[in-house]
Ligand binder design. Structure first.
Ligand code: SF4
Length: 368
């Protein structure tokens, strides 16, 4: 007999109470967000994709700017990928922007209306499909995000790892059992907000929680131990040496060189400065001696090389980057090395660059 079959009677009686308590809590505490009242699947889709891996406070401004520029499927589908990437600049996880763009182009102006069609869109997984279908069409699909895992694991006192195959199946089935089928949109938003604001990862407000009486983890004193994760994410270190070219004449260095990242690595299709990546951190002298550097610039050009910033740490989810920034001064008619383009400094804003490079440009404006 399955975990839930054995508890089905109990679940049946409890999920009405659970749902009504959560829904009542939501009515009193819900966050006022611009996409909340929307039933337009396009707007819900954009907001859900932006909010994956992004805090609401940061995602809010991006959402407003994105939908102002691309108010519907058509405008997003007709935009160039470079423009979509520029609007996404700074949000990270750029494959999200590429997938949005590709999915918009696949829709032919009409947003799909069934769960299966929505789930088939590029970049849309179970969570996003359930969110779009329940919020836009009030279809009975339960969302399972980090907040929902946490609330259910604690409420039911389940220590099965949420990132195991068994855990994923178990929590998906439990979320489905608990779903309020009469009001899936409100219930799904309620449980996610409850996890984000009340049953938080570090300091859940158990003393004033309306579910405290029936919460298994609270009664057993194991709130801090739940939910359980089996894998710790491994972080990889990478060492980037960027070269900021300043090309011009008479102290007016109006041009620089950029290159577009290709391949299936971080920041694919974003622009950055010419880069030499090394396996370990490099001193300035070690960097000057690198053969790759001599392939990019001549001896006389390298005579102008100077270190601007060293060992800038930039944290991504699975990677820690350490970046050095060098400067090389070249004549105005200098031609860029293979794979690079020459760009007027006052047109840099037209190019989507990673946040690390964006911060360097800001810093350079102040110092140079
Ligand atoms: S009592 Fe605490 S752990 Fe249980 S649902 Fe409420 S906030 Fe979460």
């Amino acid at each position: 007999m399955s975990y839930f079959a054995s508890k089905s009677v109990l679940l049946l009686s409890m999920n009405n109470t659970f749902s009504s308590i959560i829904t009542k809590w939501y009515a009193d505490n819900k966050r006022d967000l611009p996409w909340r009242e929307a039933t337009d699947p396009y707007l819900i889709w954009i907001s859900e994709v932006i909010l994956q891996q992004t805090r609401v406070a940061q995602g809010y401004d991006y959402f407003m700017r994105f939908v102002r520029r691309f108010p519907d499927i058509q405008s997003l589908a007709e935009a160039s990928e470079d423009e979509v990437m520029t609007m996404w600049q700074g949000l990270g996880y750029y494959s999200r922007a590429r997938n949005l763009h590709a999915a918009a182009q696949s829709m032919q102006g009409v947003f799909p209306t069934t769960y299966q069609e929505v789930r088939a869109l590029k970049g849309v997984g179970d969570y996003t499909a359930a969110a779009i279908c329940s919020f836009a069409y009030d279809l009975p699909y339960s969302v399972v995000d980090g907040n929902v895992y946490r609330v259910l694991a604690r409420y039911w006192g389940i220590d099965t790892p949420i990132d195991s195959t068994e855990g994923k199946k178990l929590f998906a089935a439990l979320a489905n059992e608990m779903l309020d089928r009469q009001h899936p949109a409100v219930y799904n938003q309620a449980i996610m907000d409850f996890g984000a604001l009340q049953c938080t990862p570090q300091s859940p407000d158990c003393c004033r929680c309306p579910l405290a009486e029936s919460c298994s983890a609270y009664r057993k004193g194991c709130v801090a131990q739940l939910p359980v994760k089996q894998h710790k994410t491994k972080t990889v270190e990478r060492f980037f040496n960027y070269i900021y070219v300043r090309a011009g004449a008479n102290n007016n260095q109006n041009y620089t060189f950029l290159r577009k990242r290709t391949g299936n690595d971080i920041w694919k299709n974003l622009f950055e400065l010419p880069l030499i990546e090394t396996d370990t951190a490099m001193s300035e002298q070690e960097f000057r001696d690198l053969p790759q550097l001599k392939q990019l610039f001549t001896e006389s050009e390298l005579a102008t090389l100077r270190l601007l910033h060293s060992n800038i740490k930039h944290q991504l989810t699975h990677r820690t980057l350490y970046a050095n920034f060098y400067e090389v001064t070249l004549p105005e008619d200098a031609t860029p090395p293979d794979g690079c383009i020459k760009v007027a400094v006052d047109e840099l804003e037209r190019y989507a660059v990673p946040r690390l490079i964006q911060m360097f440009f800001h810093l350079s404006k102040k110092l140079l």
